[in-house]
Design a protein around this ligand. Structure first.
Ligand SMILES: [Zn+2]
Length: 269
């Protein structure tokens, strides 16, 4: 077994690695430069993934990546120095924070597609609440698609729905709807073979990453009206069970109903 701390680094692939968790720094900020420890294999795999991200993402090389940790003294792949948690990635003109999955879905899935070409295990926002604020990646199993893997099926279903315009139920369960959609999408992409073949999986991830980044780039900058619309979509997703939720909804309704707000919104149409 390689030692969990055989490699130490505070930058990889020309990207500075920072830590941004309390009490050191606020989550979602650039945080502070930090030295991480892992096996050599984890360091090399992560380096290759970041180099590929630089290659595929139109924004080029990020300046900073924040990680909640690589080696962590606990059970599982983190304890072996074989895992990394990515909180956020910062380019000069763009910030990607994993916790913003719901409003930055295409970009999130494009980044995840790149990472999945290198890491067999990726746990994303959809996996469970514990993974809302970071992408977990580890070397516990080799790269490939498996119909019985909830984390992989969730990713596939989200990408079919959001990037490939083949909406399916995103429930993590492989079924006829998902298998039909991926077959059509593979056909549209001109990819042969089954998604369970490693070559097809890698090609699908490559195409999904490039398509996702391209779609984000093609979308014009949102207007304030678009941002307000996003805010409503988020509030519609809340349960509105608490007084607090209802007060937010009520305050937003009053704001939008104000005649001056209506005049302002008209200016975007
Ligand atoms: Zn983790």
């Amino acid at each position: 077994m390689p030692a969990h701390n055989e490699a130490s680094f505070d930058s990889l692939a020309g990207v500075d690695l920072h830590y941004a968790r309390p009490p050191v720094a606020a989550y979602g900020s650039r945080g502070k430069k930090h030295t991480f420890f892992s096996t050599g294999k984890l360091r090399d795999t992560f380096t290759a993934a970041l180099e590929e991200l630089v290659d595929m993402c139109p924004l080029g090389r990020p300046e900073v990546l924040t990680s909640a940790g690589t080696f962590v003294n606990k059970r599982g792949q983190h304890g072996k120095g074989q895992a990394v948690d990515v909180d956020a990635i910062f380019w000069a003109d763009r910030t990607f924070v994993t916790d913003f999955y719901l409003t930055d879905t295409k970009f999130y899935l494009a980044v995840e597609s790149v990472f999945r070409r290198h890491f067999g295990i990726v746990l994303n926002y959809l996996y469970n609440a514990a993974h809302h604020d970071h992408l977990h990646m580890d070397l516990g199993v080799s790269v490939g698609f498996s119909k019985g893997s909830r984390s992989r099926v969730l990713y596939l279903q989200a990408g079919l729905t959001t990037i490939h315009d083949h909406p399916v139920l995103v429930d993590g369960i492989w079924g006829n709807q998902t298998s039909g959609a991926i077959a059509e999408v593979l056909d549209n992409l001109g990819l042969n073979g089954s998604i369970t073949s490693k070559a097809t999986w890698l090609a699908y991830l490559d195409r999904t990453a490039r398509l996702g980044f391209g779609q984000v780039e093609a979308e014009s900058d949102p207007t304030p009206a678009d941002l307000l619309d996003q805010l409503f979509q988020i509030i519609d997703g809340l349960d509105l069970v608490t007084d607090h939720d209802q007060k937010i909804q009520g305050a937003l309704d009053v704001f939008v109903a104000h005649p001056d707000t209506q005049t302002w919104l008209e200016s975007f149409r």
